[in-house]
Design a protein around this ligand. Sequence first.
Ligand SMILES: [Zn+2]
Length: 303
Amino acid sequence: MASKDGVVEMPESETEVTGEVHGQAMGPGGGLLACFGHPDDETFGSGGTLARCAAQGIRVDLVCATRGEAGEISDPALATQETLAKVREEELRCACRTLGVSRLHLLGYRDSGMAGTSDNHHPNAFCRADPAEVVGRLVALIRSFRPAVVLTFEPHGGYGHPDHMAIHRFASEAFKISGDAHRYPEYPGPYQPARLYYSAIPRGRILAMIEYAAKAGIDLGFGTIPVSEIGIPDEEITTEVSLASYAETKRQAMLCHRTQMGPISPFSQLPPEALEQFLSQESFIRAFPPFPPGSPREEWLFP
Ligand SMILES: [Zn+2]
């Protein structure tokens, strides 16, 4: 974040959000590091999966690059542009407690806003961050936590948000090099996580939601983003996770994000059957190890 006189403050380090932290993950079989751009990214795309991991005793840490301070405010009674970063941080902590996230690592960059907006040019905007610095911070986290699985956005970040695309690049690069002792030797203990996954929303599911909503007379309000640029082709999905038992937990975590979940939010307006489907299924692309073409989809992120 920048202070009022424009001086960029040092990025912030990790903060613990729940009391139950059991040290490092134990290598393959344990530990998931989720890396996203804004408060709510963790819940909308993969909240059920994070909740299921936590419920199964798999430690989940969350990296959130910004505090979502450039986003719209659902209800002016909840925050002002000045207080939004603080309010969204509290909302994120609420979601982390709800999902069972052990540690929240706030990188402290500024939300870059949607592509083409003036927020892109803020000196601390995440999309302008020094790649070597961000990758180094993620490598340090991977080497100290030693997760089996790293999770981030797919390359397009769902709908082309600059911060989603940036965290995808940085987390993917950190995954690739964290096992190389010659890279970032200042962070000791090279460690290679076993798997890299990208959170992805299949376009077919988005189209189905839009259709459901249209039948109920609701405009899902994707605004100026063409539907053809939201989500990814269904055939690229490698991993389809059923999460009906975690749908209620995910719904509760969504409700934590009050400044994003007002009555005007598309998700608040979805017909129950469409919301149920959205809450009960999450989809991923396994980026590493490569997924054998033509194989049936996996049903979980861990072997
Ligand atoms: Zn986001």
